[in-house]
Design a protein around this ligand. Structure first.
Ligand SMILES: *[C@@H]1O[C@H](CO)[C@@H](O)[C@H](O)[C@H]1NC(C)=O
Ligand SMILES: *[C@@H]1O[C@H](CO)[C@@H](O)[C@H](O)[C@H]1NC(C)=O
Ligand SMILES: *[C@@H]1O[C@H](CO)[C@@H](O)[C@H](O)[C@H]1NC(C)=O
Length: 230
């Protein structure tokens, strides 16, 4: 009876949580709070990159590739204007993610808690997974720039890896920056300066996930374990 009740609550949780990040941004101030997965782990070897010399133009998607070895379970992916060091809970996510399949979703107002509703930062601007099923690296996503250039942009990716069958996870934050190919507005000074290419791609050390993301991933791990059990 107790088992049946537990199963029922897990199933309820599963149907209420289709999967996806519980946070809209890579919370770099919550390293200590992310104890369930430890701190950001650069040794996982996750990188985000765009083609060498890539610059963006309105209407033309830029392929963003996440590289590494093996598989991953969760991802949070978005672009902001300016350097990644300027990221915060209220930083707008620029551009939109297009052309992905049902393995992924953008965190818009149709998502159901505990998956984060990131509409306030931008519509179709924050990409995540839809389930914790193992996904093989590398994986490429298409970022459609905003109608008007916003100067240099930084793509920020948080990738969650399942480490053991028991549900232990680790994560890494990676980023890459690139600039616009033209500057219809004054802010786009990158056109008169060396434009960062994929050589600027690098891992960001010292970043962590927020507690909400940890909770969401922990919940997904339970759902995954249940599915395997059934
Ligand atoms: C979705 O795309 C990913 C890679 O982008 C691929 O690995 C996966 O098989 C695709 N899933 C479906 C259902 O097509
Ligand atoms: C998601 O957030 C947007 C913007 O804050 C809001 O308008 C919308 O109602 C939210 N969606 C849900 C389902 O709460
Ligand atoms: C864009 O990035 C390049 C290379 O890092 C830099 O020289 C330039 O100052 C940046 N532009 C702006 C507006 O920050």
């Amino acid at each position: 009876m107790l088992f049946a009740a537990t199963l029922a609550s897990l199933l309820a949780a599963a149907s209420a949580s289709p999967g996806g990040s519980g946070t809209c941004w890579a919370d770099t101030t919550a390293i200590a709070a992310a104890s369930a997965m430890g701190a950001n782990t650069p040794s996982l070897g996750i990188f985000a990159s765009v083609p060498t010399g890539a610059m963006y133009t309105a209407g033309t998607a830029v392929p963003v590739t996440i590289t590494g070895t093996g598989t991953f379970e969760g991802i949070l992916l978005y672009a902001i204007a300016g350097p990644a060091t300027g990221d915060s809970a209220t930083t707008s996510h620029v551009g939109t993610w297009i052309g992905f399949n049902s393995t992924y979703q953008t965190l818009d107002s149709t998502v159901t808690a505990p998956v984060a509703n990131c509409t306030k930062l931008g519509t179709h601007a924050t990409l995540s997974h839809t389930s914790p099923i193992e996904k093989t690296l590398p994986v490429t996503f298409n970022w459609l720039p905003p109608p008007n250039a916003v100067g240099n942009v930084s793509v920020v990716a948080v990738v969650v890896i399942g480490q053991t069958a028991a549900g232990a996870h680790a994560f890494q934050v990676a980023q890459t920056s690139f600039g616009p190919s033209s500057s219809p507005n004054a802010v786009a000074a990158a056109t008169t300066s060396p434009t960062p290419s994929s050589a600027a791609s690098r891992n960001t050390h010292g970043a962590a996930l927020s507690a909400t993301w940890v909770a969401a991933v922990a919940g997904l791990a339970s759902v995954s374990a249940l599915a395997a059990f059934l």
